[in-house]
Design a protein around this ligand. Sequence first.
Ligand SMILES: [Zn+2]
Ligand SMILES: [Zn+2]
Length: 103
Amino acid sequence: MNVNEGERQALCPGCGEMKSLGSEAKEGDRVLCDVCAGSAFRLVRQEDQWALEPIPTASCPVCDEVIELDSGVQHGDIVEHCGQAFRLSFEYGAWALEGEAAS
Ligand SMILES: [Zn+2]
Ligand SMILES: [Zn+2]
């Protein structure tokens, strides 16, 4: 298969489908995969290919909103939402916010 230079294409890590992203897509773009039930991915450049990486998310314990985290987040980072500071933890393959960082 010939990859058209003008057309960005990246493999979705969720469903394994090649997604066409148009010629305007750029690194850092947010891409929604409708096959993956609307999961959000971030477009990244890996060597000479485009790739999608899952955007880490955690739900706010106060408002239940799902917050999209920066891709470089780490266990113990502080995330602010609802005017409060939460500590980020990684458990059971998912990020969680713990509301103990206020003190
Ligand atoms: Zn997908
Ligand atoms: Zn909140």
